[in-house]
Design a protein around this ligand. Sequence first.
Ligand code: PEP
Ligand code: MG
Length: 323
Amino acid sequence: QKAEWAELLNEKTVSADGHQVKLVANIGTPNDVESVVNNGGEGVGLFRTEFFYMGRNELPTEEEQFESYKAVLERLDGKPVVVRTLDIGGDKELPYLNLPKEMNPFLGFRAIRLCLDKQDIFRTQLRALLRASSYGNLKIMFPMIATLDEYRQAKRIFEEEKQKLIGEGVPVSDDIEVGMMVEIPSTAVMADQFAKEVDFFSIGTNDLIQYTMAADRMNERVSYLYQPYSPAILRLVKMVIDAAHKEGKWAGMCGEMAGDEIAIPLLLGLGLDEFSMSATSILKARSQILQLSKKEMEDLAQTALQMSTTDEVIQTVKKTIQK
Ligand code: PEP
Ligand code: MG
């Protein structure tokens, strides 16, 4: 099986009936990029940037970040790289920021909320990204957006830094796509409105599931509620993809669900454009998609959306893909 996957290394990801999707990778440090290249990744769908800020006593400099972003973009050689701006908070703390303890860190002052408040941190990261943009195909997304107002503020700050750099004579790419993670249910519900303003969506199911089910993604005792194949989640995912397509935008997914064997047929059927997963899952996913018919998966997804429980969805998908 491994040998067969290796032959797919440089192949496109096309379903049995000719529908093409992109399989890209999640990375957490610049070193992970080798594995993306070696496993047939068509780009990076989520570059988590928290590592710059963690395990140290002070904020990373603009220069340090610039060098890393540049290295990743160059190594990917024109393939798309989606970098997510700082998503600190929740379970990931930064002691040197001296933030007050919170009762519910997952519902607290984190990610874009913190970045819009502590703008010096945000602007430094954006400048590093903008400077690196001329070395490859950079896309930027904001985590934990809950309202359109937050997205607009983040986008405005991005534009301000871009204009400043251009004014300083620094080369900046003029086609950086800017998008957002959809990981808070309010944004999935309002996706039609967001879709008019973003260049793309990336669905973060790790958080979207926890917030939709009100079940902490780290808590074993409520893990039975953590259900990626729940019709509730599938309906939200559908709303996001349809909203994007209606505005001519693309929709990806960078939560764990995107690389899951049961989820992939459903996501293909719902029309997901980009699947971002751990690099080592890419060839397996490609070999699976090559054998699926998009048309049949559309029917499967339609059926699943009308089901009432997660178990029914799982059983139906298993039956369909075993055929
Ligand atoms: C997600 O929430 O699905 C996601 C990809 O981000 P993280 O796992 O870093 O929260
Ligand atoms: Mg998340």
